[in-house]
Design a protein around this ligand. Structure first.
Ligand code: PNS
Length: 160
């Protein structure tokens, strides 16, 4: 039986840090499903379709990686996809409180699904989609933090 993990998130947009986590996850799981939360209530820079396209462009080797979208509860989606775990990246201590709450709530909702935290490589430790968008909005160079295609799309969005 395949050991499947869901790697959920907003991925608005995908960063090199996300890709690093997905690659590390593949050492533990047979298959990783990178799942974008479809959340119309949250303002995003890129549409879900654009985010999916960027994932497809940035991770060409999809032998064991799949891209999908979901809405509703993560644990319900994980059960539907027959996943045994939720994969999340842990960067600095500042991530801890939110991740801890999320993991404990998910455990309360479904005790069969474990949350697995992986540390990003040191070079991505301060990389986040939000900080990248903030820097890029004011003309900052983020080209070493995102895949080249994502960098192009960010520049196009901000007209830089
Ligand atoms: O990249 P993000 O925005 O930090 O990802 C957050 C995400 C998508 C993992 C989280 O918001 C989520 O799982 N939302 C779906 C609803 C849900 O199940 N929430 C947790 C229990 S209330």
């Amino acid at each position: 039986m395949q050991r499947i993990a869901i790697y959920p998130g907003s991925f608005d947009p995908v960063t090199n840090g996300h890709i690093d986590i997905a690659e590390r996850g593949l050492k533990l799981f047979d298959r990783i499903i990178i799942a974008i939360l479809h959340n119309p209530g949250k303002q995003s820079l890129f549409s879900v379709e654009e985010r999916l396209e960027m994932l497809n462009e940035s991770i060409p080797d999809t032998a064991n990686i799949e891209f999908d979208t979901f809405d509703g509860l993560l644990v319900d989606y994980a059960r539907k996809r027959k996943a045994i775990a939720v994969l999340r990246g842990m960067r600095a201590v500042s991530d801890f409180e939110y991740e801890f709450q999320l993991a404990l709530m998910n455990r309360k909702l479904n005790r069969d699904i474990e949350t697995v935290f992986l540390m990003t490589g040191l070079r991505w430790i301060f990389t986040s989609s939000s900080i990248i968008k903030e820097a890029a909005r004011f003309g900052g160079d983020v080209s070493d933090m995102v895949p080249p295609g994502v960098n192009q799309r960010i520049k196009a969005k901000f007209g830089s």
